[in-house]
Design a protein. Structure first.
Length: 112
């Protein structure tokens, strides 16, 4: 609860008291002033609640953005690890293939 919400609640209570006093002593100006103060208080309280919701949504958005960023980093790290493994395996396959061909060439030389 923020300042506007509290002030709005106070203004509504204060306005209700003014309204009742004005009605009791038959002072329409005071009663009307109390109603105006209640309306002002309701608007302030609503504005305060809106600010609270906005701040909560902002915090939620920041949290979700940070979470998504971390998940993306983990996915990227996993992809990089997988790519390195594939490159190492491919290099090993190429080396073995070339070694096999070289061994075959050696074998043919000895046959000649």
């Amino acid at each position: 609860m923020n300042k506007e919400t509290l002030e709005g609640k106070f203004d509504q209570v204060s306005g209700a008291v003014k309204q009742k006093v004005g009605e009791t002593i038959n002072n329409q100006g005071l009663a009307n002033s109390g109603v105006a103060e209640q309306i002002k208080g309701a608007a302030k309280e609503t504005w305060g609640k809106a600010k609270d919701v906005l701040n909560e949504r902002k915090d939620d958005a920041a949290y979700h953005a940070e979470t998504e960023k971390e998940e993306a980093r983990v996915r990227t790290q996993g992809s990089a690890d997988d790519l390195r493994d594939k490159l190492v395996n491919k290099a090993q396959d190429v080396k073995e293939n070339i070694s096999e061909k070289l061994d075959n060439l050696r074998g043919h030389k000895n046959d000649a």
